[in-house]
Design a protein. Structure first.
Length: 212
């Protein structure tokens, strides 16, 4: 058997970090714990990831790639309302036959780490922004009564609802079944936005960041 490449080892470590965070949470995270879950030595973990931030950035990218692949294979093959519904259902873990990855504790940990890691804060923020941009486009295509501002605002509200739900589950221990409430809320928001056009008020740059 050929020896594992450096990239293979890094992927193995990232998967180990994912499993460690999901099982034990951030307070119990360490090189030793990651090594245990990855099936490698502590020294090997530190060799490939001397800086913990670099490991968390790669973990963030790994999760994003998982979601991208799942959405391409499900919602990406659909058209019209079914496409939008599949997208929303997937993120609230309501899509038949395609469960949302169990990563709520991992995302909760990474959100906590953004307080001390500007790089992770930017990376994670960009991933949520990309979700919003994709969904804003889907809203605009599926609901012709929506103007562009309405589609973008709905995408922001979706990300807030989706993250808020899983934060409540991961951090506070609420039952995952509350996802049904959040999913229904999205349908109501969509209907309300389709029924009322923008009022001409000053527009906010959705997913914008403050400038220095």
């Amino acid at each position: 058997m050929a020896p594992a490449s450096g990239q293979d080892r890094r992927q193995q470590i990232v998967r180990g970090a994912f499993e460690a965070l999901q099982e034990r949470g951030l307070p119990h995270m360490s090189y030793d714990v990651i090594a245990e879950h990855a099936g490698l030595t502590r020294q090997l973990i530190r060799y490939h990831y001397p800086e913990p931030d670099e490991l968390m950035l790669d973990l963030c990218d790994m999760i994003a790639s998982i979601y991208r692949d799942v959405l391409i294979s499900t919602a990406g093959s659909l058209q019209g309302a079914a496409r939008v519904d599949a997208f929303l259902d997937f993120y609230f873990d309501l899509l038949d036959g395609t469960p949302k990855p169990r990563d709520d504790k991992v995302y909760d940990a990474m959100m906590s780490l953004t307080a001390s890691s500007p790089e992770l804060k930017l990376r994670l923020g960009e991933q949520y922004r990309m979700i919003g941009q994709v969904l804003a486009h889907e809203f605009a295509v599926q609901y012709p009564d929506l103007d562009q501002q309405g589609a973008e605002e709905l995408s922001w509200l979706f990300v807030c609802l989706m993250y808020g739900h899983w934060k409540m589950v991961a951090a506070l221990g609420y039952d995952e079944s509350h996802r049904v409430i959040s999913r229904r809320a999205m349908d109501r928001l969509i209907r309300s936005y389709c029924a009322e056009s923008s009022d001409g008020a000053a527009r906010v740059k959705v997913f914008g960041r403050p400038t220095a």
